[in-house]
Ligand binder design. Sequence first.
Ligand code: ATP
Ligand code: MG
Length: 248
Amino acid sequence: MPAQHVPVELNRFIGRERDLAELARLVSEARLVTVTGPGGMGKSRLAGRLLSQSLDSQISAVVVQLAATSDPELVVHVVASSLAIRGESGQPLIETLASRLRHGRFVILLDNCDRVLDSTALLAQTLLDACPTVRLVATSREPLNVPGEIVWPLQGLPEVQAVALFIERARQIHRDFGGTQVVPALVDICRRLDGMPLAIERTGRALRPRREVSASERHLEPPPTRRHSPPLNPRWDGQRLSGRLRTH
Ligand SMILES: Nc1ncnc2c1ncn2[C@@H]1O[C@H](COP(=O)(O)OP(=O)(O)OP(=O)(O)O)[C@@H](O)[C@H]1O
Ligand SMILES: [Mg+2]
């Protein structure tokens, strides 16, 4: 069974120190902690970070990615395959899973449960009942509503962290982006985007030079849409805010 199965981060994780500290405490106290919040608020990124950094080395951390699963019957198969557990003939897979996990020290992240919420909740309840040393972290827009669940509603990034994320992502496109003159506009944009990381990333990355331009002459283009998420609330559409970065 994998000792550690947590995805590698592809870019810098910013801030969230308070959420990480509180969640680490909650995971040590409760056996199911669900991080909730609107799409793009950073639930998966935060939970992945939690698993990779703050758990003791005796615990095996495993991420079960459910974003692409829409068939409720497949949930148990996705969980088993993430744990490298094979079915045994004549035994329902959920029973094999429970018996293999019964004595292990696992923290299992059930990530992006939204499309299979009821079936994930059922599986979570079965594992919690059958495997006293297993702990679960879930990310979902809504709670699982399983007995014993603790819900952590994730808020937007605080102002300083939101601006840092904007600048970081804009610099992936324009290495010289930033400077004190743009900070007031960025504070305002991030506030209007409610500190939501996905909206900030899209807005930051969508900065495009119109021609051979200086850093002060950039404007925003519409961001691409996300595969597994519904469209963002218009409130988080950074394109409307593009004028704030035009200085001419
Ligand atoms: N603290 C952070 N530092 C850097 N990037 C972040 C941070 N939080 C979120 N992001 C980035 O913002 C985007 C949205 O985050 P994430 O996928 O975790 O949101 P989510 O709440 O899980 O959304 P969904 O409900 O659609 O699954 C991702 O590209 C993620 O890498
Ligand atoms: Mg997610």
